[in-house]
Design a protein around this ligand. Sequence first.
Ligand code: PMP
Length: 287
Amino acid sequence: MSRIAYVNGQYLPHQHASVHVEDRGYQFADGVYEVCEVLGGRLIDEKRHLKRLSRSLTELRISHPMSDKALGVVLREVVVRNKVRDGLVYLQVTRGVAPRNHFFPPDHTAPGIVVTARNASVAKSSAMAEKGVAVISMPDNRWDRVDIKSVSLLPNVLAKQMAREQGAFEAWFVDDEGYVTEGSSTNAWIVTKDGTLITRPADNGILKGITRAIVLELVEREGMKFEERSFTIEEAQQAREAFITAATTLVMPVVVVDDVTVANGAPGHIATTLRSLFHTQAEIADS
Ligand code: PMP
């Protein structure tokens, strides 16, 4: 099936979809993005993703390419044109095209916008969740505004690759005080021996995950014990459960942390329950 990408106002065949060499996203990583889950052809938590996109744009003083309503139309169109049932839609906005110069380009420079979508196997993700995944840890070497969902992801890319090379699925970043911040593309959670869910407060040290927010609502709805605080790798290794959250992985149990097996090495009850309940709390948009 031929894939289609939306690029600056046009729906183009994927293989011909390109941006200018002086797009600032390409030259300076001067842009932001969102990844939204698609389930049964419907966008999951579209409103929150667009709200976070708007915040990222505002924080970086990049102008909004179009209204949320218009963005919603484009997102749906790309999903439909790519025949995506279950998968994801990717949206990127950059500061646009201008002669390479660190200064912001002139005010009239149009932001660049790209939207792509693809199917992803639910069965594969479920199979992974049934086994659980391994994580490794590494020092957090990112800048101090990782709350902005910027396309500047070099430390995340290196961390994820290192995880793969060590047989793990994710890398958890650890701050100077020895506390886990988050994964290279996921938020990090543990469940203590007394059944309390723990995740780091969403300050500037982590991306405020949409999946994290939905899980927090779910935790409250289900009356589970919960504490927003930092935790160490050692605490995670001794925890009853550990898991990660993101729009692409949903709630994914973690069963090994830096080569130490968590509990009995099987996905935990709380993580599994939260995974199965996730879409009862998420906002499922009209198609
Ligand atoms: N942290 C980082 C660094 C991420 O890249 C992501 C995925 N975008 C997340 C957390 C999870 O965010 P969300 O639940 O909104 O996908």
